[in-house]
Design a protein. Structure first.
Length: 46
């Protein structure tokens, strides 16, 4: 309980756009790497 459940893709895209990133590339890559990011941010099992 209290773990990360998903990324706010709108916030990620807005941040990437502000930094001048390629948004089409990000749109292709982000869904594939989201599970790994969520795993890294999840608290250790108790």
């Amino acid at each position: 309980m209290g773990g990360v459940v998903g990324l706010d893709f709108n916030a990620v895209y807005a941040h990437a756009a502000a930094r001048g990133a390629d948004l089409s590339l990000l749109a292709d890559v982000l869904p594939a790497v989201e599970p790994f990011i969520l795993f890294a941010w999840s608290p250790p099992p108790s």
